[in-house]
Design a protein around this ligand. Sequence first.
Ligand code: CTP
Length: 413
Amino acid sequence: MSNIADNLRTYLHSSHLRLIERTSAVCSSRSEKIYLAGGVVRDVLLGTTPSNLDIVVVHPQYEFVDHLARGIGGEVVSRSQFDTFKIIVSSDEIDVATARREEYIRPGALPTVEETSIEEDLSRRDFSVNSMAVSLNQDSWGELLDPHGGEGDLKQKLLRVLHERSFIDDPTRILRAIRYAVRLNFHIHSETYRLFKRDMVYLQDISGDRVRHELERTMTEPFAWDVLLRGEEEGVLSAIHSGLKFGRIHNAVNTSNEQRVEGNDVVLAALIYFSSDVQMGELAIRLKMGTRWSRIVREVRLIKSASQRLRAPGLSRSELFTLLCDLHPEVIHGCAITTQDTAVKSSLYFYLNDLRCIRPSIDGDDLLALGVPEGPQVGELLDRLLHDRLEGLLSSRADEEAFVVNKLKGCLD
Ligand code: CTP
């Protein structure tokens, strides 16, 4: 059995290393077996620093988690129905789970769980590279448990499920497969790929919350665009809903680094831009969208419905500003990337790059100080100053003050 204590020391964030050393010490007088498991093991074997710590404890005795939290100076902040816990220590988080077996009554349903051994816990997992554990007990610190050949698959850059029903049990693994394939630059093993294609249909069975959560995770990846483009190529997005499509932006996104902007609102706006109104409505229901996502859908709809005005040759700078100023820049950006209409695209980029931050230099207090009486005239003047700034009729604070003074003297309309 190999020992990867060196990898832990080298690649774990120093505060994470301290935390697992303290965890090990706190548990030294107890009988439970404790492990780091899942992505954290994969990452340290790949020589990268994991962002989170997942600890698995086998057959914990009563109040194990509270004992652990107290011992490492942390606080248990959440407990789930599946015996998983989150402990916060200063600014770090540890996820603690009881080693468990999972049983799925039907595809996509949440599993029923039962306590079990670490080996069985590892065999319920998604891919071999995520199915390894490292002992944190003092007498076996750093020993690697790799019953499914995860280390070998890491070396061969392969994603492989552990059994034939893996994607049926949990169809979110289909999305996870493309996420890891792109992030790690791994191949999906041929048999796994056959199952991936075969079982994509089960994506229809998972709840809106679970699909949305998986999409959200994907959108925060640094390679979100690539993952989702791959998802579209493979038919994963359309298996979720026909309204999720990048359509014709494929080439644009593939060829231009400039457009690989991060931020999940940008990606979501781009992803739904080509959906019809009906599809957007259906998507909102299918993905059980909350306030933020619904707002993005609404704003994309607004931009699409303003297309005619956005492409009109005589559109003034202030009209363009008024059309877009209440919308989130990320959404405008997503639409700008996606639209194939060059006139609309240049209006959206012109707003984002040139107009969006234009404001008058003077504010309401300045106007009062210049002698404008309190009341509606203040707001009207501010609107006028903004308009003239946008149109390039005023270009400095001095211009603005002169404008206001002249206005007060009655020299202007
Ligand atoms: N897991 C699984 N099937 C899922 C989700 C998770 O088997 N549908 C298992 C995997 O072993 C995974 C671990 O649970 O490594 C933790 O899940 P998660 O935090 O989603 O994955 P990580 O690999 O830790 O995280 P990341 O994708 O951010 O690297």
